[in-house]
Write a protein that binds this ligand. Structure first.
Ligand code: BES
Ligand code: ZN
Length: 652
């Protein structure tokens, strides 16, 4: 039995108290106590965690937190169930900036704890001496703590930063290694944990989490005084439970003036009241997407699939928090043209949340599989043309990403990365997404869709609720798909794809012609012709993106101005199209677009839009850097740390 299966048993038994996980275990679970079973090759080494799960690992987290908007901290306790190897006397947790008052047993007896040296990327190991084991073998510790002043996972928004402008807002972002700034646990994707939470918020607000919502309207709790005389503020308390073991980066919280709209039997959307109609319009196909995804790769295993549209400072397009995808409002285009984002985040319910990269060096296993799966969902729902256009846009992004990474020989263009000494962010670019997806399309083309789909479906079943490494994926492929076919093995060039830089010669490019009309128009423009407003007005968002990105990067001022005028580019509201235009405009030092640029950088904080635009400004030296500095002085405070850290690095 694979060790991580044992871990699930261990978790279950720790919860129900029906078997021991640590010594004297009944037959079948005994080896869960053995360090070798606690650490499998699939989770060999996570260099981005201080935890030592082979010695003692967290199996369940129970949070009891108050969201203190005045102090901008979460405050309370994390009760951890720990499965320890025989003889283990301590557990090592991840932490970054956490302020720990004490650690106790569930009975309140103090347990010794100590912080190790702080690493600027990883934070500090928090080592706790374990209590002697309880009757059921689990060892439970209670960490009394609050988040630090600058918890990078949390963004506390003023009312002015929300759509309603009346209530504050809080949201968390865990991926990759940010959750250790508000949850003291083992923050490694290979250490799956079940969890529950009780979150108390100001009475007029609603809390939602990436878990089953046990109290949708919350429960009012009065403030009270403890025996020691401390005042515990009252508010509204919400309870959540995730009974599937998940990677800890997937624990997520949002608090604000939130309403819910049902979209289908299993789907719905949360947002601020004034955004709800637009959100429900845009996301109307979500229920169908879940069905399409299931038809492709097997049952959706998380119960509900809800989404929340966050305020515009949310630093990503989407984040696949289980049962509750977090979304940027910049995807609300008004015409449903950006819903491939939903296909993407939904696909993570299989690739990422069910089968999870064991460490961030294999981030491509999350994102490459998901990018592939996303386009299969799009094809099923909207047809091959739409899907092929998106594949072609992704292919273009891949060529740019390879160039940005330093060309085809650069080690940064590998799928499996060596991130020693680096923030995992360093590996989170379009190579993982698009080279990863290109590999899967290449395999599909080689073996045919029926065989490939059967393999993928079995892969998700086989590795469900487990971590996966590149090695393990390749071993699976060789065992179940290649099965000794030497010709196929040679044709696929798998090791080159995964471990070598560049794009192997067998990479299957997108079918030519997906954008035939648009490419012809771009060629006309490049040879001196003008843009055609009539053609443009008939194009889809994908076609407009292809066109703008295909235009010559530097043009005469008169041509840029004519382009803007003819197509109305500075007034575009679609965020992706506006972004593509502003990049071109900045590259040409086109001053009339600066007001639109300033507005765009001020009204949203999605890193994918914000960072490249500041970079484009900096690339324009004397012309652009002063604009960047001036705009950033005004906008920085509104950005999430994920975004401001990236822009800080660009402007340093
Ligand atoms: N999991 C990612 C977001 C992420 C990446 C968070 C890296 C932290 C570190 C999410 O699924 C994602 O890929 N979002 C994309 C959208 C997608 C359609 C490419 C985004 O945010 O732009
Ligand atoms: Zn993703």
């Amino acid at each position: 039995m694979p060790a991580s299966r044992l871990l699930i048993l261990a978790t279950a038994s720790a919860l129900c108290g029906c078997a021991t996980v640590d010594g004297g275990a009944p037959a079948g679970t005994a080896s869960a106590t053995d360090p070798a079973a606690l650490s499998t090759s699939a989770q060999a080494q996570d260099i981005h965690s201080n935890a030592r799960p082979a010695e003692a690992r967290v199996t369940h987290v129970a949070l009891n937190l108050v969201a203190d908007f005045a102090a901008r901290r979460v405050v309370g306790t994390a009760t951890l169930d720990v499965a320890a190897a025989a003889g283990a006397t301590r557990v090592v947790l991840d932490s970054k900036g956490l302020e720990v008052g004490k650690v106790t047993t569930v009975d309140g007896a103090a347990l010794p704890f100590a912080f190790g040296a702080a690493d600027p990327i990883l934070g500090s190991p928090l080592t706790v001496t374990l209590p002697t084991r309880t009757g059921n073998g689990a060892r439970r510790i209670v960490v009394h703590y609050r988040s630090g002043r600058q918890a990078a996972a949390l963004q506390w928004l003023t009312p002015q930063q929300t759509a309603g402008a009346r209530q504050p807002f809080l949201f968390s972002q865990g991926e990759a290694i940010l959750n250790r700034t508000w949850i003291p646990t083992q923050d490694s994707p290979g250490v799956r944990q079940t969890w529950e939470a009780r979150i108390t918020v100001p009475a007029q607000l609603t809390a939602v989490m990436s878990a089953e919502n046990l109290t949708p309207g919350g429960v009012l709790v009065p403030s009270r005084r403890t025996a020691a005389g401390e005042v515990v503020p009252g508010g509204r308390r919400f309870s959540f439970r995730m009974d599937k073991p998940v990677a800890p980066y997937l624990i997520a919280l949002a608090v604000g003036d939130l309403r819910f709209r049902s979209l289908g039997p299993r789907t719905g959307v949360w947002s601020e009241p004034s955004v709800l109609d637009r959100a429900a319009y845009e996301l109307v196909d979500t229920e169908k997407m879940v069905a399409a995804a299931e038809a492709l790769y097997g049952p959706y295993r998380w119960g509900r699939y809800d989404m929340i549209v966050l305020p515009p400072s949310f630093p990503f397009g989407g984040m696949e928090n289980p049962r509750l995808t977090f979304l940027t409002p910049t995807m609300l285009a008004g015409d449903r043209s950006l819903v491939s984002l939903i296909a993407h985040e939904l696909a993570h319910s299989w690739s990422g949340n069910l089968v999870t990269n064991a460490a961030w060096s294999d981030f491509w296993l999350n994102e490459g599989f998901t990018t592939y799966f996303q386009s299969r969902i799009m094809e099923r729902l909207y047809g091959p043309k739409i899907a092929q256009q998106q594949i072609a846009l992704g292919w273009d992004d891949l060529q740019s990403a390879i160039a940005d990474a330093g060309g085809r020989a650069s080690p940064a263009t590998r799928l499996h990365l060596d991130l020693a000494g680096q923030d995992p962010d360093a590996g989170m670019n379009d190579i993982a997404y698009e080279k990863g997806a290109a590999l899967l399309r290449t395999i599909e083309a080689a073996v045919g869709r029926p065989r490939w789909d059967a393999f993928l479906r079995s892969y998700f079943d086989r590795h469900a609720f487990q971590p996966i490494t590149a090695d393990a994926f390749l071993a699976d492929l060789r065992r179940d798909l290649i099965a000794g076919d030497a010709g196929l093995e040679a044709r696929l060039m798998l090791d080159q794809w995964v471990y070598q830089p560049g794009l192997p010669a067998n990479a299957v490019p997108p079918p030519a012609g997906a954008f035939a009309a648009v490419d012809a128009a771009a060629a006309t423009y490049a040879s001196g012709g003008g843009a055609q407003a009539e053609a443009w007005s008939g194009w889809t968002t994908a076609e407009r993106l292809r066109y703008l990105n295909a235009l010559p990067r530097t043009q005469t001022p008169a041509r840029v101005a004519a382009l803007d005028r003819t197509l109305g580019l500075s007034a575009v509201t679609n965020s992706e199209v506006l972004f593509a235009w502003l990049r071109l405009a900045v590259a040409n030092r086109y001053a009339p677009a600066v007001p639109a640029l300033e507005r765009f950088l001020g009204v949203q904080g999605r890193r994918k839009f914000v960072a490249p635009l500041y970079q484009a400004l900096v690339d324009q030296g004397d012309w652009g850097r002063p604009i960047a500095t001036r705009v950033y002085a005004r906008t920085r405070a509104g950005y999430h740390p994920v975004t401001s850290n990236s822009v800080d690095a660009i402007l340093k």
